[in-house]
Design a protein around this ligand. Sequence first.
Ligand code: GUN
Length: 281
Amino acid sequence: MAFIIDGKKISAEIKDELRIKVTKLNEEGVNITLAVVQVGNDPASSVYVGNKKKACEYIGIHSLSYELPEQTTQEELLALVERLNSDPEVNGILVQLPLPSHIDEDLVIQTISPAKDVDGFHPQSVGALSIGQKGFVSCTPAGVIELLKRSGIEIEGKECVIIGRSNIVGKPMALLMLRENATVTVCHSRTKNLNEVAKRADILIVAIGKPLFVNKDFVKEGAVIIDVGMHRNANNKLCGDVDFENVLEHASAITPVPGGVGPMTIAMLMNNCVESAVRKN
Ligand code: GUN
């Protein structure tokens, strides 16, 4: 029976550590501000944005909220980002994705100053990660590393298989696991014999975006399984990319959905905001 990795508890510990750090920074006269920009009112995005603002409030980070209408033009959004870039009070800029289809997402991300890119999505941040230089790291993969480390799971020398190659999770996840000296394989929808490749893993990280995709046929006995997926099943219940019940007996540790990787993303975003203010000062 696998040990269940409690992302809610670990993220709460991180937020409490950050809260103490921010109180000290405030006493030294350093205040931290995150600008959160949402275009349109996609209900899922509104929930995410709301949770980010709540976390800011808990930790003592000031949040500026920009809720722009769906019809906002690309030029208007870029002008706002430029304004936030040059505002010395703003330490972090978060533009919630996805953006409406008439706006070029890549262009918006590239316009955010790398010094304020707390999502870690800017090409300069991604490039820095790939060559081992300092820069902001995408929050979900950074959260996975924290989950593993704080659960006492050794990474060095382990076989790590990542299923999924997105810019936000799969690719930066591979770079981070390499940085931690794992042997890394990245699989995706075109990988042949995917389950056989997955079975090599000591640590299996699943971010393919397909509900309940991974079952026991993908899991080596005793593997650690990290589930980055988040979906609603036919009964409106949350589930991940992994069939939790099916693999539970075969894994040595596993993250649940909800309460695994999800809460870590916000904790790492808060960490990046604090880091941004510390670097500036
Ligand atoms: N949409 C879904 N996840 C994220 C995230 O981590 N950051 C941003 N900016 N948008 C998202």
